[in-house]
Design a protein around this ligand. Sequence first.
Ligand SMILES: [Zn+2]
Length: 667
Amino acid sequence: MIARGTFKVIPSEGKASSAGKRFEAMAQKGMAPTGVDLELPVDIRVDQLAEFCAMAVSIAEVAMPDKDFVGLALKELSLTGERETFDVIANAKGQGGVPYAWYYTAGAYLGHGKGRGASPEEWQTVIERLAETIAHAIENKTAKELNVDRWDDLRVYVQRVLTFGLDTENTASLKETAALELARYSAAKAKGRGATTVCSLCSSAYEIEPQREAGLLFAPQVYTNKQPLHGSKAIRNICTICEIEMMLRQILMNHGGALGSRFEGRRVRYLYFYPTYFFTPETLAQLRILYNRLKRVSFTSLRKALLIEQNGHTKLRLDAGSLQKLQPLLMEPETDGPPQKDKMFRLHFPEKQPVTFYFLGVPPPSRDAKDAEAWVNPAFLALLLPLALDVKVVASESPLPLLTEADELDETVFLDAPHAFVSNLMGKERITLEGLLPQLQALTAAYCIHMDANANFKKADYRWHAIPPLARNVAADSLYTFYYLKKWQRSNDADMAPVDKARLYLQFESIFTALKGGNPMSHARQLTEDYMQFYRHKRRNSNSILRPISIASRAILKADPRLFDREGLTEAVRGELRDFMDRVGKGSADGRFAPGSNWESREVAMRRFAEYFVGTIFHDIMRGDKSALRGKQLNLMKNACEVIYRDAATKEWDDKHPDDEEDSAEE
Ligand SMILES: [Zn+2]
């Protein structure tokens, strides 16, 4: 290539030779030893040969510093006798980057050496032969170096990792490697002589070298704590196996167009698929098809698919059957292979190749996603896929598989150190087959609530970074579900939540309760049932619906604790309620009597409500703490009561008017 380049840069015709200038300069500066003839031919051929030699030899010397390429070139030109002169000129001062020695050599070759009278074609042959000789010398060396087999480690590695049947031979070598690993590890902290290096990725016992620039995956330089502190060396050491792995990974990444720090910053989370028992050829084929087509889930379309319109009412379908047939996840029959714009990080295998291990990198949709967002899709897919396919799934931040075989995982799904919002909702990282559906329902419910309360769809922003507090709250107290409904209501300027929405949130709440056990709704339910025996709202807003609770809590706050014991407090609440209901009867207060009630039944109901509110809610649950009546606890309860009330009132109306589809219970 250098030979060809030489004739391109310095063509045989149409360019003046600068050889004459060179020879003059050499004579003037007295570079050559005395007596050396500098009356050499001024010819473009001299330029060509001189520039070629200078370049080719300097490159060759970089590749093999200990070989004498000058001697080699001189020998090829049959000018070995000029070596002394060459060295003197080459070491003279004032070169200024001009290869004077080679100009002298080329001049001598043309003037009185073998090259005298050579045609331009013959000249080109000479240079090409010279190029071949130099190249050959370098190749020889490379071949010799390669004899130190760099694949040895890989062979050993494969033998160690792949076992067929009972394996008895490896025990000895296992001891050996462990001993070597330990020795290296212990000596790695030593300074000076005897210090060893460890692979900064795996600490294995394989051959170790500083990592090469070309093998870097991520940011230009990777910090490692496996180098001695305060050292000058920044490049980490890495073993041959890790190096090969990185190279392979790099090839894969180039495929996906993701590189360097941009890739690392993308917070890809990985899903690893294992068979529940083993893959049959059929199940494997299924997995392969799915693997090739799997996309990120759009949660807007997911919500749409789960909310089913029926008789003018919207219902949430979260049973296993509906989840298995999610429209946005169903494959289209006509497409095969990955989606057009493949955003996933996946391996591509030839169709016929029986690959039995699949993993998938799921990048978050937005460019600079926060950690929570990175887990939104992987967590959902990890829980959903085992419901649809016969697989176990491990979701992890680690780009290397955590498990080698399916039987290392007794459960069906393993979420390896997920974001706190996932672990808050799930309560555990390993999920059994039976636990799968409830967990998936809880996760989906949380996503739906988040989309209502936190997302900003006008700006096409899911705002996933706001999901951690939501997950924490609903996990701690499922009544928080209604707090988020309230949030939605406020941002939509609604006086009341539509009854469908209220029922949807009742369903969400029961999902969280089912997962955690307990019955946090029972108090709110009791309270609401009690006051619905005597009171109904008139205005269509939350305040009107919750009036009896507000009256009761205000009565307690007003009462002096020194004058009222539990009994007295109950009386005070009852008195306030009776007052209020009297005004309702006269039409001077907002509200109505409960349908079908009379004075006596209302009296009984009011007493029961007052006793429950003071006794159970205020004394038992709030421990007589008045500040709780002003704080979050009562508000959460009120939010729950409102939803229960809406549901019950609508049901009542529907029972009385079975043919009427209108939601007009309030009119
Ligand atoms: Zn390694």
